[in-house]
Write a protein that binds this ligand. Sequence first.
Ligand code: NAD
Length: 262
Amino acid sequence: MTTFSGKVALVTGSTSGIGLGIARAFAARGAHVLLNGFGNVEAALADVRGAASEPDARVLHHPADMSRPSEVDAMMRYADDVFGGVDILVNNAGIQHVAPVEAFAPERWDAVLAINLTSAFHTMRLALPRMRDKGWGRIVNVASVHGLVASAYKAAYVAAKHGLVGLTKVVALETARTNITCNAICPGWVLTPLVQAQVEARAASSHLALETARDELLSEKQPSGQFVTPEQLAELVVFLSSDAAAQVRGVAWTMDGAWTAQ
Ligand code: NAD
């Protein structure tokens, strides 16, 4: 099994959903983990600590709001001070907003871009110097199928995720001669609170039972008819962080039940 003993993994937006699953997987493989995100922080800390395989590995949380560059800066300084830098950076924090472009509230556009795209620029900008000093690093950006294809009513999200895939390629090129890699993953539907909100909105607007709304949402885009799970995505991130993936660079790796095969 791949182990990350002594390595420090920062997973943004890791108090819930996919990020929490990724954080748990790194703790289970011996890494120190820095969590970030809102909501039930104590439950997330207990969950990830419970998964830890090494008694000396630390699991801490930083409350930075990823839409605020000054708070991202403070989190990265905290990681430097407390852990001596970040070895594995997973840019996962993300939000969604669904509306036709002409009704898309500009402040929602700004928030989606700030959290889903700009925050990754800041964390990478600030993590890379330490990674270069140490001569090793792994960056995984959690994009989406919406980094590769579009859906109606998701203007900001699609723009941000396409941007994140592009940014991933740039960083992969700039680090190509080093032991630092940068890749993106592109999940299809994963049943997390972010998607549950979309299921509930569909059920309410179309007067459907929740289960029917969930089935419709899946069958519209995801040929497998099954949700991707945070655990499956976490294993992909673990692989991309392993030595075996040292020459996987600048990819946008789908795990989408054949969504983008169509
Ligand atoms: P989620 O809502 O379960 O989790 C989002 C996390 O981000 C939470 O920990 C939340 O506290 C945190 N967060 C939100 N705003 C933040 C902010 N301003 N600062 C710091 N943290 C913040 O969502 P999820 O489905 O687990 O999504 C995680 C990532 O996966 C997102 O980038 C999302 O776009 C991407 N993704 C999700 C799906 C899906 O189907 N769920 C599909 C493709 C991509």
